[in-house]
Design a binder for this molecule. Structure first.
Ligand SMILES: *Cc1c(COP(=O)(O)O)cnc(C)c1O
Length: 394
């Protein structure tokens, strides 16, 4: 199919639920993407948070190829070795407990919500407190948890039992707790919400209150997990352990997977028949995910993420000093928000023209989340383009 024909078919046959950039991609390797015309792009927002290893990492591809040639589906009423290996890996990297496999971030969060409700059922508790500017997904329950009116509009009524309070505001959180409250759910770094970082004292206090009041602490690591922030999971910076952690995006190395990891004492609450997902944790995806862990370990990607995160931050600080349109830089590891005083879309467009892919969220926040195996050379290249773009936009 030719370029124009592809656009036309999309227009006529695919529901228009996405704002789209008119580029057709056909090949990817590491932090590079090729479009149908053969032009190469440097990808500083690979897969919308999916590409922590960049595109088509050899260790992911290897497992995939091998598995695809043997067996591609095993229903969850049987066993297969890769799901066992992946669960073991996840628990080894996080905390003692058990895993439920799903297919997306929203579905992982949906599972966490169901588990919390099951936990509270005996005492009549069901309410979950979430935070302003959160993002937990697009299913009805996760949309209610997300709480943002702009995503909910036209889809009311929302499922009941969710309450939003201001992020990092302990007082507001305490006041929101009632005898119906069963859990609190948060991102430690709000991704879609503009790279807003949870304060350490706030998170410690949440953990303490959850223990005192027997609430579940649900941490949504769909975007922050799998090495993005320089540790395998972002909660590991905070000296707390969540009761439930949800994962998706980068876990599958490019393939769809979601997972919730549940602490031991709560991990048998959902018994046979109470929750399920047909495709959850299938052999192909599990092999891909095992390749992700292997790459992070063998290629020492957490170290590289920390080092390159520092390097990128230093370079961005230089830009901040030179370009007053940069108002603030927020980051952890290789998760960056660059807040501007101007509309970020024009900067996004100028970068795109020059072959650099980034993201803009909350109108004014440029989001950079390069692959964990990014090099200094690639960072230099990207920042040169970003600087040229800023020059034209001031
Ligand atoms: C992307 C995202 C989700 C939703 O994941 P999907 O796979 O799109 O359902 C949930 N939570 C966070 C923090 C996310 O970034």
């Amino acid at each position: 199919m030719k370029l124009e024909e592809i656009f036309q078919v999309y227009k006529e046959n695919i529901m228009p639920t996405y704002n789209k950039v008119p580029l057709v991609f056909v090949k990817g390797k590491g932090s590079r993407l090729w479009d149908i015309k053969g032009r190469v792009y440097l990808d500083f927002f690979p897969g919308w948070g999916v590409g922590n290893l960049g595109h088509c990492h050899p260790k992911v591809m290897q497992g995939l190829r091998d598995q695809v040639s043997k067996l591609i589906f095993v229903p969850n009423n049987y066993y297969h070795p890769s799901q066992a290996k992946l669960a073991k890996e996840l628990i080894y990297c996080s905390f003692p407990g058990k895993v439920f496999f799903a297919n997306s971030g929203a579905e992982a969060n949906e599972g966490a919500i169901k588990l919390a409700r099951q936990f509270g059922a005996a005492s009549g508790r069901f309410e979950i407190i979430t935070f302003e500017n959160a993002f937990h997904g697009r299913t009805l329950a996760t949309l209610a948890a997300t709480g943002q009116k702009k995503y909910q509009k036209g889809f009311e009524p929302m499922p009941e039992g969710f309450k939003q309070v201001k992020f990092n505001d302990l007082q507001a959180f305490k006041q929101a707790i009632t005898d119906k409250t069963v859990a609190v759910m948060l991102e430690l770094i709000q991704g879609e919400g503009g790279i807003n970082i949870a304060e350490p004292d706030f998170v410690l206090a949440l953990r303490k209150i959850c223990d005192e009041k027997k609430l579940l602490l649900i941490v949504d690591e769909v975007q922050t997990g799998i090495g993005r922030t320089g540790k395998m999971f972002c909660y590991q910076y905070y000296g707390v352990i969540p009761d439930i952690m949800t994962l998706a995006k980068a876990l599958g190395g490019g393939l769809p997977i979601g997972a919730m990891v549940v602490k031991k004492e709560f991990s048998d609450l959902l018994s046979p028949g109470m929750h399920a997902s047909t495709f959850g944790g299938g052999p192909v995806i599990c092999r891909a995910a095992l390749g992700v862990f292997k790459a992070i370990d063998q290629d020492k990607l957490l170290k590289n993420c920390q080092n390159m995160g520092k390097y990128l931050l230093e370079k961005l600080k230089l830009l901040e000093a030179a370009y007053p349109v940069i108002k603030d830089i927020r980051s952890k590891g290789l998760m960056f928000g660059v807040e501007l005083s101007i509309d970020g879309k024009q900067v996004f467009d100028k970068c795109l023209e020059r072959g650099l892919l980034i993201n803009c969220t909350h109108e004014k926040v440029l989001r950079l989340m390069p692959a964990l195996n990014i090099s200094k050379n690639e960072i230099d290249k990207a920042l040169k383009i970003l600087e040229e773009a800023l020059k034209e936009c001031r």
